[in-house]
Design a protein around this ligand. Structure first.
Ligand SMILES: C[C@](O)(CO)[C@H](O)COP(=O)(O)OP(=O)(O)OC[C@H]1O[C@@H](n2ccc(N)nc2=O)[C@H](O)[C@@H]1O
Ligand SMILES: Nc1ncnc2c1ncn2[C@@H]1O[C@H](COP(=O)(O)OP(=O)(O)OP(=O)(O)O)[C@@H](O)[C@H]1O
Length: 287
């Protein structure tokens, strides 16, 4: 069957990630710089008027359909709008590693919210969709809003910004990292001084860091080794709570030269940093 809509579900990088405090409910307050990559998963939406409800064309390996953020996003939207809507089957081409710090699941949730808002002609505002998204995960709102941003709170307070659109080598060390585990580590830095103004770009690499990096390096030697290798060519950093790491390069060819020389067995990809999400670019083209 030909899908009614095919949309990208891009990755994000945390160009830096500072932990500046902890809320009473245990969640950590962050200051982070989000940028999108022109690389990610793809979702396809096929309306099934004779068959109500939401279903996945195929399960994502290792994730129960009921827990899948795509299904949870669609159900949250249905709950918000009620009414009699045509059913939908959602297919996924998964390229982003799970537990990689690239926000794959969160991005899938955002693409589902925006895709169904479009297909079902719901006309919900971005604020409403970001609000529904926040209920699904802290990283969902930035994917719903679709612009590179300085994130505060748990990532829901977003100020648009325009970091340079450099090229990145993203490496996936051979381990999956559970976000909750890293945030519960005793040795985590939790008191980085707050930055007062949203940085226009990342600037001086030594001033901004990923506060999860030291803990992750100690717990996962694979991440430590990959960071040591990539940092030979310039500053290399962890995204989110890992496991992926990235190095930035001014041109595609510079990034590809490093990519071609990576140690055998290391996976990952080369992608461009973009300040407008590929999802929003596609939706604008459709309008
Ligand atoms: C690390 C980031 O990727 C940075 O963009 C995000 O903050 C993580 O967001 P996420 O994947 O949506 O994380 P969640 O699935 O909501 O959180 C998993 C667990 O990590 C802990 N957690 C998460 C985010 C946060 N700001 N503080 C936390 O302490 C909580 O124990 C939570 O139960
Ligand atoms: N559609 C989905 N795609 C990927 N993971 C999903 C999905 N739905 C639910 N999950 C669950 O979410 C977990 C985190 O996956 P995700 O790909 O978002 O990790 P991540 O890149 O580390 O995210 P973050 O950067 O937000 O911490 C997975 O281990 C999986 O159990």
């Amino acid at each position: 069957m030909i899908p009614d809509l095919i949309l990208p579900s891009p990755a994000k990088l945390n160009l830096f990630l500072h932990i500046v405090g902890r809320r009473d409910d245990g969640y950590h307050e962050l200051q982070t710089l989000f940028q999108f990559l022109d690389y990610g998963d793809e979702l396809s939406f096929t309306l099934t008027p004779g068959e109500p409800g939401v279903r996945l064309a195929e399960p994502v390996p290792g994730v129960d359909d009921e827990d899948n953020l795509i299904v949870r996003a669609a159900r949250a939207l249905l709950e918000r709008v009620g009414g009699d809507l045509p059913g939908v089957t959602i297919g996924i081409t998964k390229r982003l590693p799970m537990g990689g710090g690239l926000g794959g699941g969160s991005s899938n949730a955002a693409t589902t919210l925006l895709g169904l808002n479009h297909l079902w002609q719901l006309d919900l505002s971005t604020d409403e969709l970001a609000g529904i998204g926040l209920g699904l995960g802290a990283d969902v709102p930035v994917f719903v809003r679709g612009h590179a941003a300085f994130g505060e709170g748990v990532g829901e307070t977003l100020t648009n910004t325009n970091p340079p659109e450099d090229w990145f080598v993203v490496l996936k060390p051979g381990c999956n990292i559970n976000t909750g585990k890293i945030f519960s580590e005793q040795g985590l830095t939790r008191n980085t001084p707050r930055i007062k103004i949203a940085p226009a770009f990342e600037g001086d690499a030594s001033r901004y860091r990923n506060d999860c990096e030291d803990v992750v390096r100690k717990l996962y030697p694979e991440v430590n080794q990959s960071l040591e290798w990539l940092s030979q060519f310039g500053p290399a950093r962890l995204t989110g709570t890992g496991a992926c790491i990235f190095g930035r390069f001014p041109t595609e060819s510079a990034a590809r030269i490093i990519w071609e020389s990576k140690p055998s067995g290391v996976t990952g990809f080369v992608a461009k940093g973009v300040n407008k999400s590929p999802l929003h670019k596609k939706l604008t083209e459709l309008k």
